[in-house]
Design a protein around this ligand. Structure first.
Ligand code: FE2
Length: 345
């Protein structure tokens, strides 16, 4: 078995490959590491054949959908997953076969109702059912402390104590533990009475994950995150630096249309001299009237450099092939002390 552990902050993902066939499964991939997964698989001589999410993640963005699109490989989740794009809906007692490896599915609801653990050879991928020194929380959608109690004490902790535990989250940089070590040392597992365990889980009072709604929206639907929308737009447009634009405005001439895509109020409070106002929300409506010449060179700007990237991508899609985005926004322009004009367009 070839085993690679990849970390994105506290999010842990695992690339598990069959040494004979070179087929691999990627478990709990996270969106920021997509290129790394492919690179590590290539370095190890592995071909990713399966993608698995151990459950519906509420605190980070799953990469299964995007990796599946790139590699044309199936996505596996527990059958109770609400995501419509799951190809293989696994159930308790089933196995995912990856080359000569057999990953055994244990349905372990509690953190979410679609949580599962995957056991292969000498290790078990516990998702957020069991963490090192903790358990998954049960206060997010479909969480259930009673179910978690059963999943832990009556399923997972009954496994071979020597099995290595690889959770979906780990915030202290530890590599792994074992079932036996967790039974002995995990503070939450010392609460062995069902009612006391449920009471403990119900009174944890944890703060909500930062990107809860966006993570659930994208992980449950396969939709894109805002960061993905921006990254995709940024890959399709050239950029111009603040200093380059400043130099060009100071040199004069009308070669360049500076297109300020913020709202009128922001524009009037201070814009680049010579900039033309065309709010992003009106771009498609006013483009024919305001930008009649598709061959003109256009540099779009906004407050932070993000909306202008989206606007530039739209402009290029509409045929303005010399549209570029400002690398940075008006905030950076002001902070650099570059010239500003106030007042109406
Ligand atoms: Fe989770």
């Amino acid at each position: 078995m070839i085993f690679e552990h990849l970390r994105a902050g506290g999010c842990q993902s695992y690339l598990v490959g069959c040494a004979e066939s070179c087929a691999a499964v990627l478990i709990d991939p996270e969106i920021s590491l997509i290129d790394r997964y492919q690179a590590v698989a290539a370095r190890e001589g592995l071909r990713i054949r399966h993608l698995v999410d151990t459950h519906t993640h509420a605190d980070h963005f799953s990469a299964t959908r995007e990796v599946a699109r790139r590699l044309e490989v199936p996505i596996s989740m527990h059958r109770l997953s609400p995501a419509p794009f799951v190809d293989l809906r696994l159930d308790d007692g089933e196995m995912l076969v990856v080359g000569n490896l057999r990953l055994q599915v244990l349905h372990t609801p509690g953190h979410t109702q679609d949580s599962m653990c995957l056991r292969v050879e000498d290790r078990v991928f516990t998702g957020d059912t069991l963490l090192m020194g903790a358990t998954g929380r049960t206060d997010l959608p479909t969480g259930n402390p009673e179910a978690l109690y059963d999943s832990l004490f009556n399923r997972l902790l009954q496994l071979d104590p020597n099995l290595k535990v690889h959770p979906a989250h780990e915030y202290k940089g530890r590599d792994h533990s074992t079932i036996g070590q967790e039974i002995a040392n995990n503070p939450r597992l010392q609460v062995r009475d069902r009612a006391a365990f449920v009471e403990m889980m119900n009174s944890l009072n944890l703060s909500m994950p930062t990107h809860l709604t966006e993570a659930l929206r994208t992980n449950m639907s396969g939709g894109k995150t805002v960061a993905q929308m921006l990254a995709e737009a940024a890959a399709t447009v050239p950029f111009m630096s603040l200093a380059e634009l400043k130099a060009r405005t100071e040199a004069g001439g009308d070669e360049l249309i500076i297109l300020d895509v913020r709202e009128r109020e922001a524009y009037e409070a201070g814009h680049i001299p010579g900039a033309k106002l065309l709010p992003r929300g009106q771009l498609e409506l006013r483009v024919n009237q305001d930008l009649p010449d598709p061959l003109r060179r256009i540099v779009a700007c906004c407050e932070f450099g993000r909306i202008s990237t989206l606007a530039t991508a739209t402009l290029r899609e509409m045929g303005y092939l010399r549209a570029v985005a400002l690398d940075g926004g008006m905030k950076a322009w002001r902070e650099a002390g570059y010239p500003l004009l106030c007042g109406q367009a």
